[in-house]
Design a protein around this ligand. Structure first.
Ligand SMILES: [Zn+2]
Length: 496
């Protein structure tokens, strides 16, 4: 059995990957492409934000089952916004302590549904080993203690110090959890400093990977997260190649660790993928959909404050999509009308008696629901009842076959987001080149953004080299867990 190394490059897009190879800027990716299998149309999870995608990748189910709605969402029991870190201003308003606690502890230990097994848990049950380097989803059967750097402890008043978190057989999270292997030391350097996001960066992840492989401790499945490209692309959406060149140099270092690149793919299956794309946002102010202004007539709690009796709604801004939660019984209809009056929203969707309603500003409406006996079937063998205007989600019909256009896997992904929580919620999707903004949230005018159900945000590249079996098509991020388990000679036993 070959070992599997999965590398997630945040926001790498198919065109950029292909062009960087053509331009001679990506030797490692070129080698893997020439010796492997390539899919330029892998469909990712929705919202197209790293946190929700990572949960789907590691559990093999959409948010209606893994229960993590997005990067940002409203927690009804705790009456507060959960944020797995999006922008320093938001983190400051919500409190660094809370945000760090959400992403480092609560996400894996509480928010991620215990009924859906992670790939690490399934592999462990089958006697195989796994590892995660800087990957935010790491729930496994081993226990680790967080050991944050001193300055971080001071800022967060030691709230996270020595907190117990779970992980697979090998876990490395920046400067917070460091693997220690007998006879070898991972020495401290600037890559782990506050200025380098405490080790949550590409260079440090590669250092740890090399350290583990050279120590002879490579697990059967190793998940590596490289975040830098996303940070770069948000600012320089039209010039991705310079950043991919740097990513590729890091991939070269991993391949070099095996002595020779051919040996690397003889001994391992490499799976390289992106988590979401990015869409170019217009330069002018009017490409922002200002949520504070749009919802000015509603009682909404200021960011960082808990929901109180008088509040009518709250929203969770995921860049090009937003969750809007009606907090009072009679408010949903009013909210729907307010949102439908905003011309830069592509469509909105909400739940109604186990169905999903979709509507847009032009008056088009669509209702759909899941059904085992339903007549219509999508390319992923999911059956649906549909009624109304299919063009609202760019769906075409051929007899009973549903085909997706601008919104890949639209029905399952919208359903997954809306049914991730059992409270009323409305999803709003921005038109291409538009982004939702609100106080403290990052804005990307003239740059790139993501989060939506649209094609550009939703399609990522998949590169597999060294595999004994190619992945099936059409492929989605949600299907990758099963594929990896098959490669490692295991079969999935989790629900879904
Ligand atoms: Zn991003």
């Amino acid at each position: 059995m070959k070992k599997v190394i999965m590398i997630l490059i945040d926001a790498i897009m198919p065109d950029a990957l292909e062009n960087s190879i053509k331009a001679g800027k990506a030797k490692a990716l070129k080698f893997l492409m020439e010796n492997g299998y390539y899919d330029s149309k892998l469909v990712t999870a929705f919202p197209t934000m790293t946190a929700s995608v990572d949960c789907t990748l590691m559990t093999g189910v959409y948010p209606d089952q893994h229960k993590v709605p997005g990067l940002i969402w409203y927690h009804p029991e705790e009456k507060r916004i959960v944020d797995y870190v999006n922008g320093s201003k938001t983190t400051l308003s919500l409190g660094i302590k809370n945000t760090a606690n959400d992403v480092l502890v609560e996400l894996n230990e509480k928010h991620l549904n215990k009924e859906t097994k992670t790939i690490y848990e399934e592999l462990a049950e089958q006697g195989k080993t796994a590892g995660a380097i800087n990957f935010i989803i790491h729930r496994g059967f081993q226990k680790y203690e967080l050991k944050p750097p001193f300055l971080f402890n001071l800022i967060t008043r030691f709230k996270l110090n020595k907190r117990s978190i779970s992980g697979p057989e090998l876990l490395s999270i920046g400067a917070f959890v460091k693997p220690s292997l007998p006879g070898r030391k991972l020495v401290w350097n600037w890559n782990q400093s506050l200025f380098n996001k405490y080790g949550i960066n590409d260079r440090y992840a590669i250092e740890v990977t090399k350290y583990i492989i050279e120590a002879g401790r490579q697990p059967d499945f190793l998940m590596i997260y490289l975040p830098n490209h996303d940070h770069y692309l948000h600012k320089h959406i039209n010039h991705p190649l310079e950043s991919i060149k740097k990513v590729d140099q890091n991939l070269e270092k991993i391949l070099d660790t095996f002595g020779d690149w051919n040996k690397a793919i003889e001994q391992n299956t490499f799976i390289i993928l992106g988590d979401h794309g990015q869409t170019e946002i217009g330069k002018e102010q009017n490409h922002n959909i200002d949520l504070d202004y749009l919802l000015r007539d509603y009682q909404i709690p200021p960011i960082g404050q808990r929901v109180k009796e008088e509040h009518e709604a709250i929203f969770a801004n995921n860049e090009r999509m937003v969750y809007i939660y009606p907090l009072k019984k009679d408010i949903q209809k009013r909210l729907v009308n307010t949102l439908l009056a905003e011309e830069n929203i592509d469509f909105i969707a909400w739940k109604e008696n186990k169905t999903v309603k979709v509507a847009n500003a032009n008056g088009a409406e669509l209702t759909f629901s899941k059904g085992k006996e339903s007549y219509y079937i999508d390319p992923y063998h999911q059956k649906w009842d549909v009624e109304g205007d299919l063009t609202i989600l760019d769906i075409t019909l051929e007899k009973n076959q549903l085909h997706f256009g601008q919104f890949p896997d639209a029905l399952s992904r919208l359903y997954g987001a809306l049914y991730s929580q059992n409270i009323p919620v409305i999803v709003a999707n921005a038109k291409p080149h538009f982004e939702f903004i609100s106080k403290t949230f990052p804005t990307h005018l003239g740059g790139g953004s993501h989060g939506s159900l649209n094609y550009t945000d939703s399609i990522v590249p998949l590169l597999v080299a060294g595999a004994e079996k190619n992945p099936p098509t059409p492929m989605r991020v949600v299907d990758l867990k099963n594929y990896v388990l098959q490669l490692l000679n295991s079969t999935s036993t989790s629900i879904g």
